[in-house]
Design a protein around this ligand. Structure first.
Ligand SMILES: Cc1ncc(COP(=O)(O)O)c(C=O)c1O
Length: 379
């Protein structure tokens, strides 16, 4: 019998221990469906943790973005400015609304939307008499985008800023939770995220009316009446009470999870620091990166192995790693949309690899990955 070490996943769920207890509480109260007190608790706890004054718990981060766009009146023919270096869940809601995305390249240090490029784009669109409906930057891999810089540009053009913070629960920007100061922010508790409710999302804002409208739309837009009355149509996007119970337990340990992911990133960076041609995702001075995923870059001028060869090597040792998000402007379904810049995202995609980053990883696990990286790169 071979002794294969257990599989190391990229970012598996990491339970706190209280999840089952809260699920049992939900069952005992028979609030299995349709709604229930765990949802209200999850929303209140999330507001307390992030500092937002209002939040609505939803079935996914994608749903949160969709509701935000719908409530901003994004509709057929409208333009929404978005990040190219992101996951499709950020962009699909623009298409659900039959609107047109314009993609903006990443800033070379933060890897999030470049505020200068945004300003140039909006100036250019204004000249052409095109007024976008919203700006939707992504916080990438656990780092906040430069909210102040982006907001300054949005304010100048009088545009709402919706932050796709799906990947950045726990990240901070200038001392507060990421997303604060924007019109709204969308978060994800998908199974691969820093905390997970098994699947789910949250739309948060300081605008009470916006969140109340989102809550209304998330429950099929039922007008107050004893029968089913609809003055508009909505969606079945509300989080279930059972899912919220998991979310409540996960939120209790978010700071531990951030500390663990940051420690894993520090371990990789330290242990591989001497290898010329390897670098890591930078942390901006303006905030706290959670390093939801630890991302490494290989310089092809120095390192002859490609990120894909390294990925396959790790896979052969039962270790999951992943390429960086393939930029949206390179996606077959999206490549006809306008892209502003592109070299930075393309370079990060070509040179990047996301390493196993789960918060339950031991030091020995990280060391094993580092040893295999050295072996593969022969350094
Ligand atoms: C940047 C980004 N946006 C949106 C989403 C969508 O979130 P969800 O999977 O909860 O719909 C994700 C992740 O899944 C993401 O990484």
């Amino acid at each position: 019998m071979t002794n294969t070490p257990p599989r190391l996943f990229l970012s598996p769920p990491h339970m706190s221990g209280n999840e089952l207890r809260y699920i049992e509480e939900a069952f005992a109260s028979n609030y299995v469906a349709p709604t229930g007190p765990m949802i209200a608790k999850f929303e209140a706890d999330f507001c307390a943790y992030t500092g937002f004054s209002h939040a609505v718990a939803l079935t996914s981060g994608t749903a949160a973005i969709h509701l935000a766009l719908r409530l901003l009146g994004v509709t057929s023919g409208d333009v929404v400015i978005a990040s190219s270096l992101t996951f499709i869940g950020s962009i699909a809601p623009i298409l659900y609304q039959h609107a047109t995305p314009i993609f903006i390249d990443a800033h070379p240090e933060s890897w999030c939307m470049d505020a200068d490029l945004l300003e140039e784009t909006l100036t250019d669109l204004t000249r052409k008499n095109i007024r976008p409906k919203a700006v939707l930057p992504t916080d990438l891999y656990g780092q906040s985008c430069d909210i102040e810089a982006l907001k300054k540009v949005c304010d100048r053009f009088d545009l709402p800023l919706i932050i796709d913070a799906a990947e950045s629960v726990g990240a901070r920007y200038q001392g507060v939770h990421t997303g604060r100061g924007a019109t709204a922010a969308a978060f994800s508790f998908n199974g691969n995220k820093i905390i997970t409710s098994s699947g789910g999302g949250m739309l948060a804002s300081d605008d009470e009316a916006l969140i109340e409208q989102a809550r209304f739309l998330s429950q099929q837009a039922r007008d107050p009446a004893p029968h089913y009355e609809h003055s508009t149509y909505g969606y079945n996007y509300r989080m279930s009470n059972i899912v919220a119970a998991i979310g409540c337990a996960q939120l209790e340990v978010i700071e531990d999870r951030v500390a663990a992911r940051r420690a894993i990133f520090a371990h990789y960076s330290r242990e591989l620091a001497d290898i010329e041609g390897i670098s890591f995702a930078p942390e901006m001075a303006y905030g706290r990166h959670t390093h939801w995923l630890s991302v490494m870059l290989l310089d092809p001028a120095i390192i002859k192995k490609s990120p894909e060869a390294l990925r396959q090597f790790l896979e052969a040792h039962n270790i999951e790693s992943r390429p960086v998000w393939k930029p949206m402007h390179l996606q077959p379904a999206l490549k006809h949309y306008q892209m502003i810049g592109g070299k930075v995202s393309e370079d990060i995609f070509a040179r990047g690899l996301c390493l196993p980053s789960g918060s339950a990883m031991t030091k020995a696990d990280v060391t094993r990955v580092c040893t295999l990286i050295r072996e593969c790169l022969s350094v």
